[in-house]
Write a protein that binds this ligand. Sequence first.
Ligand SMILES: [Zn+2]
Length: 257
Amino acid sequence: MTNQAAPRVYRTEALVLKGYDYGEADRILTLLTPHSGKMRAIAKGVRRTKSRMSGHLDLFTRSTLLIARGRQLDIVTQAETVENFRPMRGDLVRVSSAHYVAEILDEFSAENLPNYPLYALAIATLRQLGGDGDLDLTLRSFEMQSLAHTGYRPQLHRCLQCGTEIVPGQNRFSPKLGGILCPDCGMADSAAPPISVPALKLLRHLQTNPDGLRSLTSIPVVAKQEVEQRLQEYVTHRMEGRLRSVRFLEQVRADQS
Ligand SMILES: [Zn+2]
């Protein structure tokens, strides 16, 4: 052992993405941190009512943690809530949306790979899920920005195949290739569905100016639905088909309408 060994205890902020009960009173957590990417840790005794950590490690809670290095899993020894996103809790559609967001964050982030922009996006999105903005646009904006922050920004201005500038016409969106194909290059991905002009406009807006979406006076409902489908196909393709919460969210919405 040298003096350069990592400290045995460290402090970090973290967002709780996932947790499952372990043993009699423990919980194993998947955490997203601002400067160390994703990590897993165990919170011992957290399910006991007397635990000082209980409530500070609930799902979608942003907390400051004191963590001790463990042989297999690091151990959370203290937790203090920074923000618990209360406004979005208590509403099934909003909470289901948060599950969807957490699932994407879990899939798109890597252990020990710092991604501060993704962390900041996570916090901003959970706040927006409790706000009075358009929930669908919040989720679309999250999908688009999370793709961008993890190296999968879709190409929306030039044809993926020939590089020509995309103009209004019979273009296609290829989730497999990650962007637009011009009318001449549609065969590069014969499964790629066509993309309408309003949907392409909305995709570009989500990519370059998500905060400006509020100023768009009217977005056609069909364009929103089209963008939702295309982005979810792209996200799912990136995750190799492993997206569970989206179906649950669809079901919750159907039950409530
Ligand atoms: Zn082309």
